[in-house]
Design a protein around this ligand. Structure first.
Ligand code: HEC
Ligand code: HEC
Ligand code: HEC
Ligand code: HEC
Length: 446
């Protein structure tokens, strides 16, 4: 045996000895540059998980970017709408998202119309926190640009340095929406702003990308009038990626919103550069959650709890003026219905949120308990433990008077309509009354 191995290895040993074989040389790796892009995260740090399989989320995106970074130099760009509203919770989401973008090494972020709903003071605070460049070149404050119009980023493509020019603009269509919250701002039409910038930027950089918060149609017009961009990332195309479109030398791209996909654009090998290939990666369960990004999300949830946003959720009077009694109060007289209900998914809806660590998050609790949006409805587990879970009164309405005096306070019929406040397409895409009702059917005559 021994002699056989010696015969096999002898030539190799000889080669090494002669210096023909060297172990992997530590040369600098010549990685190609790839541009990762996305539009409108809309507050989806992670998807809600109400329907399976769930797609998307920043912790999965972070994992994808780490995988890509092993074989590519990355230029990471985000286009508009970190969140979709302007409440305290959206501020906390926006801060967490900036932290996540920083952790992923994002180079630039262009602003969208909902970002402006956070107000200029808040945007300034986010800008100070962001390690990349916050762009939106056609918004003016007191006659001066409110944000940078462009940034020049140094990257490497294969063995060569590449300077990437990133321009950021918003469609003038959103001027009214922006000015409603920020009356002191003015918005120059995007095309006009580019006319002004053109002498500076036309020949700047080896690769020119426009982040445009506007539609594909508007982006196409800009590409025609300003044919020096290699790529325009646009917005407003819905939650899935759209086929890319070529206008002259410009590639128009859109990877979908709500952080479900990541767009990846690959560069031609040699200058003058062109976008050689674009792909869209769907963030399925195949991508594990990145620990650091997940940690940032848990930090956000801790702030939602610490600030007790659950207590701050607005509450309106109930339609019939009654208050809630809780599902247990129905048991003495509707024992069979109660027994059936206890076995349904509705009776463990709060535990689901506890498992997901979202049990203090008003954005989730509202559909997983009884009457959170009403006076006298669910407040929290200490004050209103009997109103946790989706209970009888989530569908039949507040019934304290009925509990006390059923003969004189009848509840009447409810039906399919009572499901629709929660089983909305975004959270229950497969909802069909006939099949769903069969799983929770009750109310038979005794
Ligand atoms: C608009 C109402 C609504 C909101 C808001 C909502 N959910 Fe749900 N959730 C539902 C409905 C309805 C279902 C059941 C969907 C189905 O099976 O068709 C569900 C199901 C789930 C499930 C799956 C339970 C299981 O065992 O299959 C999870 C997990 C969940 N929700 C978590 C959340 C989290 C986390 C949030 C907040 C980020 C949230 N939900 C916000 C209505 C809502
Ligand atoms: C997910 C919604 C939902 C939940 C939760 C629910 N119900 Fe119902 N219930 C309905 C619907 C829909 C009907 C069909 C008849 C109707 O339209 O009222 C019904 C029917 C009934 C009926 C018969 C009504 C009649 O006209 O004969 C009774 C009694 C009743 N439910 C009691 C309860 C009790 C008690 C609970 C809790 C233990 C409960 N329900 C939980 C939706 C719900
Ligand atoms: C003290 C006994 C009692 C309690 C407690 C009680 N019910 Fe009833 N409920 C009745 C009676 C009696 C009827 C009428 C039954 C019949 O004649 O069909 C009724 C009827 C109903 C109906 C059919 C619609 C109607 O008003 O006729 C629904 C729905 C209903 N109850 C839901 C509830 C829910 C939800 C609770 C708990 C919040 C509850 N009930 C608690 C005794 C009670
Ligand atoms: C207050 C919000 C709310 C209302 C109203 C509501 N649901 Fe639900 N439903 C939920 C939530 C939340 C879940 C998920 C519970 C869990 O697994 O944690 C769910 C789950 C279900 C499930 C289980 C789905 C599965 O895959 O097993 C069925 C069935 C269902 N609902 C039927 C109905 C029907 C029918 C109605 C109307 C008569 C209705 N629901 C009204 C919130 C609601």
């Amino acid at each position: 045996m021994r002699s056989k191995w010696a015969v096999l290895f002898a030539p190799l040993i000889a080669l090494i000895a002669l210096g023909f074989y060297r172990p992997a040389a530590p040369e600098p790796r010549a990685l190609p540059l790839s541009v990762v892009f996305g539009s409108e995260i809309n507050g989806y740090l992670t998807p809600c998980g109400c329907s399976k399989p769930m797609v998307g989320g920043i912790p999965r995106r972070a994992t994808l970017l780490k995988q890509l970074a092993e074989k590519h130099t990355l230029l990471a760009l985000e286009n508009g709408d970190l969140t979709k509203a302007a409440g305290r919770q959206d501020e906390l989401k926006a801060e967490a998202l900036i932290e996540m973008l920083n952790a992923m090494g994002y180079d630039a972020l262009n602003l969208g119309k909902y970002d402006f709903q956070l107000g200029m003071d808040y945007l300034r605070a986010l800008q100070a926190q962001f390690k990349g460049t916050m762009l939106c070149g056609n918004v003016q404050e007191g006659g001066n640009p409110a944000f940078d119009a462009y940034t020049l980023v140094e990257k490497r493509h294969l063995n060569r340095p590449v300077r990437a020019l990133i321009v950021g603009l918003i469609s003038e269509k959103y001027a009214d929406a922006i000015r409603q919250r920020n009356p002191h701002l003015s918005i120059t039409p995007a095309a006009q702003q580019l006319d002004t910038l053109r002498p500076q930027i036309e020949s700047m950089g080896d690769l020119r990308i426009l982040l445009f918060y506007g539609t594909e149609q508007e982006a196409a017009q800009l590409a025609q009038a300003h044919p020096y961009f290699h790529m325009i990332v646009y917005a407003g195309g819905g939650d899935g990626p759209l086929p890319t479109k070529q206008v002259g030398q410009t590639r128009l791209v859109f990877a979908g919103n709500d952080a479900k996909f990541v767009g990846i654009a690959h560069l031609s090998e040699n200058a003058p550069y062109a976008i050689a290939r674009v792909e869209h990666t769907r963030l399925t369960e195949d991508f594990k959650d990145d620990e650091q990004a997940l940690g940032i999300k848990l930090g956000y949830l801790a702030r939602v709890e610490a600030e007790d946003l659950l207590a701050m959720a607005p509450r309106r009077p109930t339609v019939n003026g009654d208050t809630f009694a809780g599902s247990r109060a129905c048991m003495p007289c509707h024992a069979e219905d109660y027994r059936i209900w206890q076995r349904t998914a509705h009776a463990k809806a709060m535990q689901t949120l506890v498992d997901e660590k979202h049990d203090k998050d008003p954005e989730c609790v509202v559909c997983h308990v009884v009457g959170m949006e009403f006076e006298g409805g669910f407040q929290n587990m200490q004050k209103t433990p009997t109103l946790k879970d989706v209970g009888c009164e989530s569908c039949h309405g507040p019934a304290r008077k009925h509990v006390q005096d059923p003969e004189n306070h009848r509840l009447g019929k409810v039906g399919e309509k009572s499901c629709m406040s929660c089983h909305v397409p975004a959270h229950s895409p497969g909802f069909d009354f006939e099949t769903y009702w069969k799983k929770i059917e009750h109310g038979f005559k005794k």
